[in-house]
Design a protein around this ligand. Structure first.
Ligand SMILES: CC(C)(COP(=O)(O)OP(=O)(O)OC[C@H]1O[C@@H](n2cnc3c(N)ncnc32)[C@H](O)[C@@H]1OP(=O)(O)O)[C@@H](O)C(=O)NCCC(=O)NCCS
Length: 303
């Protein structure tokens, strides 16, 4: 068995198969459009590769994608790869193809000296533990949308005004750059066009000591906070309240923010629960990096 990087036609052939897993709410044609649009985005054009796991013939046994993401470890900027869209056709499942493919993909990516390989599992930890990944704490803060002025106490950030903020002071972090953050909004734009749903009125908000960037997950009727930095509890509270009001203005039912240990954990806004899907998992590759050091995981790092 061998790994191969897919070309454009092979990617579309996989899209036709994966529609059943990830195309909810979209027709096959709409899903193909979504995938082409996301792959055509500037960030994905540079960052994304589609891997095929082939048997003796040209049969594809399994496939996945990897995205090169910016990470920082012990003060040095580098790359961590995020794996997504792991897929085996129903008739081929349960024969170890996904696990063998992932082991081979990690080996291939290791030759590029990344800090780590990450993924966000929707099927629990067990399958990915078999290829060396380790699950880390994954909590969601969920806040109901609320009526009110989303500008109260914050300065809105327009789509073209999103700025870099310094990564948190932790030893390791995958910290999305502006292009990756915009890729999440490309998904918002795609669903808005395909489903005819309104987009949130602005892309984030700023306070004196904080900054939040978000995107509409229109398929799931929620606003996802991609990045949140807050010096004080008051900053976090004002930004999350603005997000809840933006969600309401866009007809979305709630806000979801990936919770981390450094972010004003005492702020009594919404409800914090173990994440349903999107379990963060990591296979550290840099010398002396351990899974337990991955403690700040913004939703913007998800692929
Ligand atoms: C998940 C998936 C890629 C596994 O492919 P596969 O080639 O059958 O995987 P392997 O044979 O290497 O490993 C099988 C393991 O995956 C586990 N698995 C498969 N689907 C699962 C699910 N929905 N929930 C939990 N575990 C699952 C199996 O239970 C099995 O573990 P077990 O032997 O301990 O029971 C395949 O089922 C699939 O394409 N599913 C739909 C898309 C999807 O959900 N992808 C994962 C996104 S994170």
């Amino acid at each position: 068995m061998r790994l191969k990087l897919a070309d454009g036609a092979e990617q579309i052939a996989r899209d036709r198969l994966t529609h059943a897993a990830w195309g909810g709410g979209l027709s096959v044609e709409q899903y193909l459009q979504r995938e082409l649009r996301l792959r055509g985005h500037a960030w994905a054009r540079d960052a994304m590769e589609t891997w095929l796991w082939q048997g003796d013939g040209d049969d594809v046994l399994a496939s996945c994608e990897s995205f090169a993401c910016r990470s920082f470890f012990a003060g040095a900027r580098g790359t961590s790869y995020a794996i997504a869209s792991v897929f085996t056709e129903p008739a081929r499942r349960g024969r170890g193809h996904a696990v063998s493919m992932l082991s081979a993909v990690v080996d291939a990516l290791s030759t590029r000296a990344p800090h780590a390989v990450t993924l966000y599992s929707d099927v629990g930890a067990r399958i990915y533990e078999r290829c060396g990944f380790c699950a880390v704490t994954s909590l969601d803060r969920s806040i109901a949308a609320e009526a009110g002025d989303p500008r109260e106490g914050v300065t809105p950030i327009g789509e073209d005004e999103v700025a870099e903020v310094a990564p948190p002071d932790t030893r390791f972090v995958v910290w999305p750059d502006l292009a990756q953050l915009d890729w999440h909004r490309e998904r918002e734009r795609a669903y808005s066009a395909l489903l005819g749903r309104p987009r949130p009125p602005f892309a984030g908000a700023r306070t004196r000591g904080g900054d939040a960037v978000w995107a509409g997950d229109l398929k799931s009727s929620r606003l996802v906070v991609l990045r949140l930095t807050a010096a004080t509890d008051d900053d976090a509270r004002a930004l999350l309240r603005s997000a809840a009001r933006v969600a309401h203005a866009a007809g979305l039912s709630r806000v979801v923010c990936w919770e981390d240990a450094t972010l004003a954990p005492r702020v009594p806004v919404g409800e914090v629960t173990p994440r349903d899907g999107g379990l963060a998992m990591i296979r550290p590759l840099a010398d002396r990096l351990s899974a337990s050091e991955w403690i700040v995981i913004p939703r913007g790092a998800w692929v």
